[in-house]
Design a protein around this ligand. Structure first.
Ligand code: P1T
Length: 377
């Protein structure tokens, strides 16, 4: 089945009691058991919920994976991955990732005896060089937040396989519509569903996808044991949203391509970061492993004052955290999403005080361009 057919049908059979075409919200914390040890496969709401199971099957199909395990946020999903490693283990991480992932690993999990190496995974040799005897996992984010740095997923997964490491890719920026890391050999895909997958800025959610039944069984155990499960209503909202993921992503992409071209020609920015521009150093890799370039663009305006003025003057773009919703957002990574990354590390990666991040929505592109043009004037 094609992407859009799966998006609309996978994991969603008409309700057997009434024939309802739309999967109901199963608002129940427990289930009646027929006798001791005999039930319908549903025991307790944290462990079993049919709305959640439908969502997991739906997104697994979109990521071309066998299994999905849903969580109450993207970060809860990433935290659940830590159940696959033990104190004393070493994890290699892309040095530019979402600031909250950095905070979770470096400022929380490190104190539980895990060791993290932060490497520039855009050069695949850096992954190989960072491998130690106790390395267990490689965590990649591509394209990265907010610098839009890419990692060659096929090459990275080969290295991971040769050293018996679990490979993970945070695919939030591309959504399953533009990139499928499992098909490139990656073991586990992470999504913050909060972003493109839900796309309407009204749910916080996360999910892990895998093809491995061993990893799936362990993650399923962790999901119940730790308990950061999403509410049935949030699952239902996300399930409603995936139905339009394909059409939304097409529009995010075409708007962002046009917006990046405008930024490039306007001379507003010193530097523009967007994998769809031929000037992006990894444009060829983007064309190889992605089917589009997505809706995220970062631009260095050179000075914090210029960024501040833009934030104050925009009327269609909204200054705010998050991304991937139908409405366009603008943000300041240095003081917002990446505030917990030390300043020296931020600046080395290009997250300067003049860096502005655009989440290009699906409004009329003329209005988005005019908004920024007028604000700069
Ligand atoms: O917000 P949450 O659903 O917990 O997802 C965390 C997360 C994970 N991975 C990536 C790549 C992300 O961008 C995020 C969240 N990001 C933002 C809130 C942001 O504005 O960048």
């Amino acid at each position: 089945m094609g992407f859009s057919t799966n998006a609309i049908h996978a994991g969603q059979k008409p309700d057997p009691t009434t024939g309802a075409v739309i999967t109901p919200v199963y608002l129940t914390s427990t289930y009646a058991q027929e006798e001791l040890g005999k039930n319908k496969g549903f025991e307790y709401g944290r462990k079993h919920n049919l709305t959640r199971q439908s969502l997991e099957a739906n997104i697994a199909a979109l990521e071309k994976g066998k299994y999905g395990v849903a969580f109450s946020s993207g970060l809860a999903a990433i935290h659940a991955l830590m159940g696959l490693v033990r104190a004393g283990d070493h994890i290699i991480v892309s040095d530019n990732v979402y600031g909250g992932t950095y905070r979770l690993f470096q400022l929380i999990m490190k104190d539980f005896g895990l060791d993290f190496s932060w490497v520039d995974t855009s050069d695949i040799k850096n992954i190989e060089n960072a491998v130690r005897d106790n390395t267990k996992m490689v965590f990649l984010e591509t394209p990265s937040n907010p610098m839009l740095i890419l990692t060659d997923l096929e090459a990275a997964s080969r290295i991971c396989k040769s050293h018996n490491l679990i490979s993970v890719c945070d695919n939030t920026f591309m959504s399953p519509y533009f990139q499928n890391p499992l098909t490139l050999g990656i073991d586990i895909v992470v999504h913050s569903e909060t972003k493109y997958i839900n796309g309407h800025s009204d749910v916080i959610g996360g999910i892990l996808l895998t093809d491995s039944s061993d990893i799936h069984q362990r993650l399923r155990y962790i999901q119940n044991a730790i308990g950061a499960v999403p509410s049935p209503f949030d699952c239902w909202l996300v399930l409603r949203s995936t139905k339009t993921l394909a059409v939304r992503m097409e529009r995010h992409n075409s708007n962002a391509v046009a917006f990046a071209k405008f930024l490039n020609e306007s001379g507003i920015a010193r530097k523009i970061y967007y994998p769809g521009l031929t000037s992006h150093p990894q444009h060829e890799l983007a064309k190889k492993q992605m089917r589009g370039f997505g809706g995220m663009i970062s631009a260095d305006l050179g000075e914090a004052e210029l960024a501040k003025n833009l934030f104050k003057n925009v009327k269609v773009f909204t200054l705010g955290e998050s991304l991937g919703g139908v409405e366009s957002l603008i943000s300041h990574p240095a003081t917002m999403t990446h505030a917990s990354v030390p300043k020296a590390d931020r600046e080395r990666m290009g997250i300067t005080d003049g860096l502005v991040r655009f989440s290009v929505g699906i409004e009329d592109i003329e209005d988005l361009i005019a908004d920024v043009e007028n604000s700069i004037k």
